[in-house]
Design a protein around this ligand. Structure first.
Ligand code: ATP
Length: 425
């Protein structure tokens, strides 16, 4: 451990037999990795051990050999298999005593839930190792505990993710800032969301435009089913302004490659920017879905306040429903087949007229795994977006299994409508 200067380093130790058995996915370690590194505390290592004193103690001893901060989760509960508190207190030679204030708070919590006394097993949760700082748990009964050791800290957090996060965001963050304040170099990020362009192609175009001098900024491409995020990360900068300055410059440089595919969103969901455009232009959207089976309607209504821009939707799977509910012409179906430009356009028009909407989306395709033909292989999707009296349809052959084809088709249709609304002004 380097004394004094330099960024403090962390080791994360997660405790629990369930983690080793693979019954619980170690989301805590991933979350802590992200939060700690963003605060400017790189995580050197992650260790997972079972509910056993020896294993817990070896992990802590080992971690203290290289880290300034050891963050542990799990095993703080009231039952016999919750070993972390006892094991760490014994290792650090800190006897446990019952904290009267915690005891009162625990009793009050149980009374408020209608129990007349505190179960004896819960008393362990009021036990605090000598010299430890108690970190308030706004979400549950077991508080976090921070034990000092020669300028380093061992922090014990509950395993329940909601409780762990609440303690981290509250008292632990304050403790970290107090203990490591001037040594912290926070990491800054800016994310640009794109959809409709493959990662390799986006990277090719972006790299051509990026200046050779990127200062402290590194670049990552983060692809998933619905698009590719471009993330700038600034390490080792003095201030947020310095990071933002670099981000602005680089963002401007890559704009020609990115803008046609970009959408802005806090949550990462394109529906967020689509909703804003619909509301700003006072339009109501209706959707006609075949192979996406309501997925688009679901995504639109996942957001609170969706009634401001969403009129409704029709899931028209069978041809006769496309005819009866969306006014698609039998002749069109006979001439072009259900998965065709003409049918997508008629679905978009029909749903807008039938539901009294001034914007609409339609999707018709073959999600698979059955039903493909040489001309229309599995993954073939026609989708259309209509704004006012003008509409546009596109055909794509999406890769992946049934679920992926549906996700991709929904995203592509939403993106097409977003672009049309952008250009409609
Ligand atoms: P409590 O005080 O509520 O009993 P605890 O500190 O004893 O919490 P555990 O009993 O180890 O924590 O875990 C409680 C629950 O939290 C587990 O059932 C599991 O769902 C979740 N959990 C524990 N560890 C992790 C982890 N590393 N990542 C994600 N979830 C976890």
């Amino acid at each position: 451990v380097r004394e004094g200067g330099g960024a403090p380093r962390a080791v994360v130790v997660t405790v629990g037999d369930e983690l080793l058995l693979g019954r619980t996915v170690d989301g805590n370690a991933a979350w802590l990795g992200r939060e700690l590194s963003d605060l400017g505390i790189p995580v050197l290592r992650r260790t997972t051990v079972g509910d056993e004193d020896g294993a817990i103690q070896r992990a802590v001893t080992d971690a203290l050999g290289s880290a300034d901060l050891v963050v542990m989760t799990g095993g703080l509960g009231p039952t016999r298999d919750d070993r972390t508190r006892d094991a760490v207190a014994a290792l650090l030679g800190a006897p446990l005593h019952v904290d009267p204030e915690l005891m009162r708070a625990l009793e009050a919590r149980f009374r408020a839930r209608g129990y007349d006394r505190l179960p004896v097993t819960n008393i362990t949760q009021a036990q605090v190792p000598e010299g430890a700082t108690v970190l308030a748990n706004p979400q549950g009964t077991a508080p976090g505990l921070a034990l000092p050791r020669d300028g380093r800290w061992v922090v014990l957090l509950p395993g329940v993710p909601r409780e762990m996060k609440a303690i981290f965001a509250g008292d632990l963050r304050l403790l970290i800032e107090k203990q490591f304040g001037e040594r912290l170099r926070p990491v800054y990020h800016r994310t640009i969301h794109t959809t409709g362009i493959p990662e390799s192609l986006l990277a090719e175009r972006v790299e051509e435009l990026l200046p050779a001098d990127r200062g402290p900024v590194s670049l990552a491409y983060l692809p998933d089913l619905t698009g590719v995020d471009l993330r700038f990360t600034a390490l080792d900068v003095e201030t947020r302004e310095e990071a933002e300055g670099w981000f602005d410059r680089l963002e401007q440089a890559v704009a020609p490659a990115v803008t046609p595919f970009r959408y802005r969103s806090e949550s990462g969901d394109l529906v967020e920017s689509l909703a804003k455009l619909l509301v700003d232009s006072g339009r109501k959207l209706a959707v006609a879905e075949s192979c996406t089976g309501g997925l688009i309607a679901k995504r639109l209504t996942d957001r609170a306040g969706s009634s401001a821009y969403f009129a409704g939707g029709v899931v028209a799977y069978a041809d006769h429903v496309k005819v009866a509910a969306l006014s698609v012409q039998r002749a069109t179906l006979a001439a072009h087949g259900a998965v065709s430009e003409a049918v997508a356009l008629e679905m978009a028009r029909g749903v807008a007229e039938r539901l009294g909407a001034d914007a609409s989306l339609a999707v018709t395709g073959i999600a698979g795994p059955e039903g493909g033909t040489p001309e229309k292989p599995v993954g073939t999707v026609w989708y259309a977006a209509r704004v006012g009296e003008t509409a546009e349809a596109r055909r794509e052959v999406f890769g992946g299994d049934r679920a992926q084809v549906r996700e991709r088709a929904a995203q592509a249709a939403l993106a097409l409508l977003l672009r049309r609304l952008e250009s409609a002004g």
